[in-house]
Design a protein around this ligand. Structure first.
Ligand code: ATP
Length: 144
């Protein structure tokens, strides 16, 4: 399931945020490898992503088997399990992946991800709250 083009993205964690992201990437024509530890989630996305795999992403051997080190773009969409988020982040940084985005559930979580070396930390609720403020004020066009 390795990347076949520079439009390939791996999404690790397919909760509400990861799923929405992965499906939008598919709509935009990207090739998406989705990984989640929950069998039911993987089954529900089967056939809707280019590849979807049931696996524990904190396991380095698993990530290597899935050719994750060869991806240019990876999104870590694990949030509330901060330990898993940090373990996966640390592995991906060692793989030297060019672009990594990681979801944070709190400011301290985001700070840890930044300290580890993640340049693009996403705070879904916080970012969406700011965005909605501009929608409410009708100033969205300045904000996108
Ligand atoms: P969301 O708000 O996006 O729904 P959440 O906070 O409910 O996310 P998270 O803990 O952020 O849930 O996890 C998102 C997804 O990541 C879940 O579907 C979970 O099964 C998956 N996940 C958690 N740990 C791992 C892991 N070690 N390997 C693979 N997937 C994992």
């Amino acid at each position: 399931a390795g990347p076949t083009s520079d439009r390939s993205v791996a999404v690790i964690g397919l909760g509400r945020f990861g799923q929405s992201l992965a499906l939008e990437l598919m709509d935009e024509g990207a090739e998406v490898l989705g990984i989640d530890a929950r069998e039911d989630i993987v089954q529900s996305l089967n056939g809707r992503l280019t590849h979807v795999v049931h696996a524990d992403a904190t396991d380095e051997a698993v990530l290597r088997q899935l050719s994750i080190p060869e991806f240019d773009r990876v999104v870590i969409a694990i949030g509330s399990d901060i330990q898993a988020s940090i373990l996966v982040t640390s592995l991906l940084l060692r793989f030297d992946i060019r672009k990594i985005w990681a979801k944070a559930v709190s400011d301290p979580h985001g700070l840890i991800l930044e300290q580890l070396g993640i340049q693009h930390v996403i705070y879904p609720e916080k970012d969406m709250g700011r965005r909605v403020a501009h929608i409410v004020l009708g100033t969205m066009q300045d904000f996108i």
